[in-house]
Write a new protein. Structure first.
Length: 240
């Protein structure tokens, strides 16, 4: 029989690496979402260009585990009306594609309502084969899910795209070929209210329309609810 000895120093090194890679339930009160990450994510401010060309503020929450990459991009569509309405003032007379229409100046409303489709289209432009594209909900908030296989290295990407309270959420998990697919990361997204309390809806939520009733905490069985942000005060019996 062959015996394999591992030095104490190597065991400490390995255990330290494994500990550093433990997954956490992350909560962002600023962008009002929760998600599982392999460690504390790095937050990077970026600018996201909408379909009509509005420059929107966004943040990317990213983390990696070996060769696997995980991220949540949050784009704030709140200023879209102001940006495109202002831009429409300088459009040539009669230029409808630029001017928009009353109540949709500069096509700001169309741009916001089409954000989910446009984000999905951007993902489809990568050098990858789309193997799945479906409608989905997270705690009744509507969105899309995509699965892609990179044409070069055969890595797999699972993505989710949702819009909640005028913020666009793009969830991406990418793993090397042959690795377990990142479905659990894709499905770990959740929502927070303005007080940092996890929330779910009783019926489908569509951005830009009146919000449905929230699920009452007393109806949520143990293990089914989303996490709350640190410091959030949950009042028993109140809707989540």
């Amino acid at each position: 029989m062959r015996l394999i000895f591992i030095s104490t120093a190597l065991m400490v090194s390995l255990s330290g690496t494994l500990f550093a890679q433990e997954w956490i339930e992350y909560a962002s009160r600023e962008d009002r979402f929760t998600c599982n990450f392999p460690g504390q994510p790095k937050v990077t401010a970026i600018t996201y260009q909408s379909q009509i060309g509005a420059e929107l503020p966004a943040r990317v929450y990213s983390a990696s585990q070996g060769q696997s990459r995980y991220s949540v991009t949050v784009v704030d569509y709140t200023p879209i009306q102001r940006i495109l309405t202002e831009r429409a003032k300088s459009c040539p007379a009669g230029a409808e594609p630029c001017l928009g229409a009353p109540g949709d100046e500069g096509h700001w409303r169309s741009d916001r309502q089409g954000a989910l489709v446009y984000a999905a289209w951007r993902l489809m432009q990568r050098d990858a084969k789309v193997t799945a594209f479906v409608w989905n909900t997270v705690d009744r908030v509507e969105g899309h899910q995509l699965q892609l296989t990179n044409n070069s290295d055969k890595s797999r990407t699972f993505a989710g795209i949702y819009m909640h309270e005028n913020k666009l959420y793009i969830v991406e998990g990418t793993v090397p070929a042959g690795y377990p697919e990142p479905g659990l990361f894709q499905q770990s997204l959740g929502w927070l209210d303005e007080k940092g309390v996890g929330l779910r809806y009783e019926s489908y939520y569509y951005n830009g329309y009146p919000s449905p009733r929230r699920v009452n905490q007393r109806r949520i069985e143990e293990g089914q609810g989303r996490i709350d942000a640190p410091g959030a005060v949950v009042v028993p019996g109140r809707p989540r």
